[in-house]
Design a protein around this ligand. Structure first.
Ligand code: KG4
Ligand code: ZN
Length: 364
């Protein structure tokens, strides 16, 4: 182990379209935290990888400086550097990794490569000390949909994952179809609030009540069929000239179908693993409908852990926390450490499938 036992950590996140840095104290308090969302992508209706990388490069120094200044410390006071090394957009990841590597080597400090989805797992623990394993975790972001059993930090049993689009990706694509801006999740949620979720019936892909636990569709997800169903519905409504008046109802039907699938499979995992608690992570976990549905269905005293929206979406604080976890286990990056768009989830076991230690990661 290198460095002090309770190090001051700087976490950097540049895997997609947020440039973020945070300073975490030795006892995991957020001392400084800046999240800069790139608006350069707005006109394109989605993230343009090349523009994301360039925007990170332009802003990373200023974002780190502001986080340090909020914390009242200088770069030389940092004992440990943590950075998202993957999965994500490779050009974007490389900006954070190269910046971190240069700072760590320049100052003679250790650095840690963080897996973006493991960082999302740690986010709720920054606000609630009880957000600790064992729990069932539903990680839902723009690039991933993972259902995990987490008996302890660092031990991750993969129960289910998406076969095609991620949940957040589905929100973003459906928002685009409905003429709502990127990122679509919050806009769908807002629009759905005034809609009737039962007016249009949308499918619940890969969800039938007859599935058994040893069926590999029991926990897996699929969102591309749901998106196609929305495409068809929007086409019909456009031809009828009624899309404008039906928009909120379509958003509500989509949100109801998505939440139903996510909540049903999460509750199946609770039942099978015997875990009392559920942890929700990733950008889609900011969705109030999803949080409420899982809380209602959990009944029986179990807790649902999730972060405030600032920590549910991509941020440097969760990266700093995950870096500290790996640092405490002595897992430091070496001089040839780099970024990987498909970084395997550390400690992930896939008992239903090949028994291999890693799964292919879907990245935008
Ligand atoms: O974790 P995140 O910030 O970035 C990735 O790692 O991808 O997640 C971003 C995703 C986007 O797809 C966005 O539309 C979705 O999270 N999202 C939401 C909400 N807020 C963000 N989806 C549903 N409801 C929300 N309130
Ligand atoms: Zn994320």
């Amino acid at each position: 182990m290198t460095g002090p036992a309770a190090p001051l950590v700087l976490g950097i996140e540049t895997s997609c379209d947020e440039t973020s840095a945070a300073v975490l104290s030795g006892d995991h308090r957020i001392l400084g935290h800046v999240v800069l969302s790139q608006d350069v992508h707005l006109v394109y209706g989605g993230v343009v990888p090349e523009l994301a990388a360039r925007a990170h490069l332009q802003k990373v120094d200023a974002v780190v400086d502001e986080a340090l200044s909020q914390a009242g410390v200088g770069l030389r006071d940092i004992d440990l550097f943590g950075v998202t090394a993957g999965p994500g957009l490779i050009g974007a990841l490389l900006v954070g990794v190269c910046w971190t590597k240069a700072a760590a080597y320049g100052l003679g400090r250790p650095w840690v490569r963080v897996h973006h989805m493991e960082a999302h797992l740690f986010a709720p623990s920054l606000e609630d000390a009880q957000a600790e394993p064992p729990f069932v975790a539903l990680l839902v972001s723009g690039g991933h949909t993972l259902l995990l059993h987490v008996p302890a930090w660092g031990e991750y049993e993969l129960l289910g994952q998406t076969r095609d689009d991620a949940a957040g990706e589905a929100y973003d694509k459906v928002a685009k179809l409905l003429g709502l801006p990127y990122p679509g999740g919050p806009h769908i949620e807002r629009t759905a609030a005034s809609g009737d979720p039962t007016r249009h019936r949308l499918p619940r892909p890969m969800l039938t009540r007859k599935q058994a636990p040893d069926d590999d569709e029991y926990y897996d997800f699929s969102f591309s069929g749901l998106k196609t169903a929305v495409v068809e519905l929007v086409r019909t409504l456009t031809a009828d000239g009624t899309l404008e008046q039906e928009r909120a109802h379509v958003a509500a039907a989509f949100q109801a179908a998505t939440v139903d699938v996510l909540a049903t499979k999460t509750l199946r995992a609770v039942e099978q693993t015997g875990c009392a608690s559920v942890l929700l992570g990733g950008g889609v976990s900011a969705n109030r409908g999803l949080r409420a549905e899982i809380s209602v269905r959990l009944k029986g005293g179990g807790r649902v852990f999730y972060s405030s929206p600032r920590l549910a979406l991509d941020n440097g604080a969760m990266v700093a926390r995950a870096a500290r976890f790996r640092f405490d286990r002595g897992e430091l990056a070496s001089s040839d450490g780099s970024a990987s768009a498909t970084l395997p989830f550390p400690g992930l076991r896939d008992p239903l499938r090949s028994g291999s230690g890693s799964i292919p990661m879907f990245s935008r």
